[in-house]
Design a protein around this ligand. Structure first.
Ligand code: PMP
Length: 395
């Protein structure tokens, strides 16, 4: 008997399956090369330290950074916290007590910013337009000599909308503020040349690019200008004193392998995935009415699609399709949260529309067949649910 087919995975903003080549690169770090990278008075530790430094070079290379600008962390949540809390704690100019961010940021940015607000920092959360883009004029108006830090993400994890980080960084540079960007969704997928960009701090995570969970990095600019940070975790002095704790050698090696693979096939993969994403959207829009594509007017990541199915409850739709597709209605961290998505509300959707929205995340492993099966199942389920909706028939 054939085992039951697992649902088609379309939730790659939450996480991606690990590439088998990444696992292969990691395995020796669990077995013969198990040493502690900080205990290198013998070959075990030396091997681990060398593996970490090679990985640091690869990660830096993938981002256009210098190896000494990479601080390994447990993922992007920690990288964001280190960037936001660490850069503000290191701010020596006491007249700079203002932090600016955007309403559509991930909770891993908004939470540390809220903490600063409780500690007396002046916090500005800028709105976005209906397309999800930050208004650069509004940012320019807020940026002043009191601004310590600006944190604006690169690619949004719910809509795929891409902010113009080069333009935002240039505004911050002119105002003398540190610019942090959460590039968790884009690192490895879109070209980044940090050496040539006005970015002070950048967060990324391995498990969004077919690497392991529990490892990521913070890029910390070392020159023109150098960004100062206070560590959050102190102890063993690892990572130049910026992040204490025994290094996660298998995770770091896996992260480097994942980025190496992502960069190698990047452009072809971007084109392939964008074509599949467009195919999914075109079929849904051809066969269903009352749909809205969120962020359609803005530049977006190739693998992202956010669709509002008016008159359909997204939770009911997901439950209906549980056996066929694995999708999500919003951020993974808040998918159990009954509140409608703060990202969609910030883009002007009503709570009702936000509750009728699904985000689709395609991946390296998504096939044409997957897209056709998913589209067919979504169309049938949405029609069936709408058939029971008095509001839909009365519209
Ligand atoms: N920022 C963004 C934009 C994300 O999508 C995520 C993952 N949901 C995170 C931060 C947190 O990343 P991690 O899981 O590596 O802590």
């Amino acid at each position: 008997m054939k085992p039951p087919r697992r649902p088609i995975y379309l939730d790659s903003h939450a996480t991606t399956p690990m590439d088998p080549r990444v696992l292969e690169a990691m395995l020796p770090c669990f077995t013969e090369h198990f040493g502690n990278a900080s205990s290198d008075s013998h070959p075990y530790g030396e091997d681990a330290a060398e593996a970490v430094e090679r990985a640091r070079e690869t990660v830096a290379g993938a981002l256009g950074a210098q190896p000494r600008e990479i601080v390994f962390t447990s993922g992007a949540t920690e990288a964001n916290a280190l960037a936001i809390l660490g850069a503000t704690a290191a701010q020596r100019d006491k007249s700079r007590r203002k932090v600016i961010t955007a309403a559509t940021e991930h909770k891993a940015v908004l939470d540390p910013v809220r903490r600063l607000e409780r500690e007396g920092w002046d916090v500005v959360i800028l709105p976005v337009g209906a397309d999800g883009l930050l208004d650069l004029d509004a940012l320019a108006k807020e940026l002043d000599e009191r601004t310590a830090l600006v944190s604006v993400m690169h690619g949004n994890n719910e809509t795929g909308v891409l902010q113009d980080i080069a333009a935002i960084g240039a505004l911050c540079e002119a105002a003398g503020a540190v610019f942090h960007t959460d590039a968790t969704q884009t690192a490895g997928k879109l070209p980044l040349d940090l050496g040539a960009m006005p970015v002070g701090l950048l967060s990324c995570s391995a498990h969004k690019v077919y690497g392991p969970k529990g490892v990521g990095a913070l890029y910390v600019r070392k020159s023109r200008p150098r960004v100062r940070l206070e560590p959050l975790v102190t102890g063993g002095g690892q990572e130049r004193g910026l992040r204490g704790g025994t290094l996660n050698t298998p995770g770091i090696v896996g992260f480097a392998k994942a980025l190496e693979l992502a960069v190698r096939g990047r452009e072809a993969e971007r084109v392939r995935v964008a074509a599949l994403r467009d195919q999914l959207r075109d079929r849904l829009f051809a066969e269903l009415d009352e749909l809205r594509e969120n962020g359609a007017g803005a530049p977006r990541m190739a693998h992202s699609l956010s669709v509002t199915f008016r008159y359909v409850d997204a939770t009911a739709l997901m439950n209906h399709l549980r056996e066929v597709i694995a999708v999500s209605s919003g951020s993974a961290c808040s998918s159990r949260d009954p509140e409608p998505s703060h990202v969609l509300l910030a883009m002007g959707l009503t709570a009702e529309e936000a509750r009728s929205t699904l985000r689709f995340g395609l991946s390296r492993f998504t096939t044409d067949d997957d897209v056709e099966t998913a589209a067919g199942a979504l169309i049938a389920a949405a029609r069936e649910l709408r058939a029971h909706s008095p509001l839909y028939s009365m519209r």
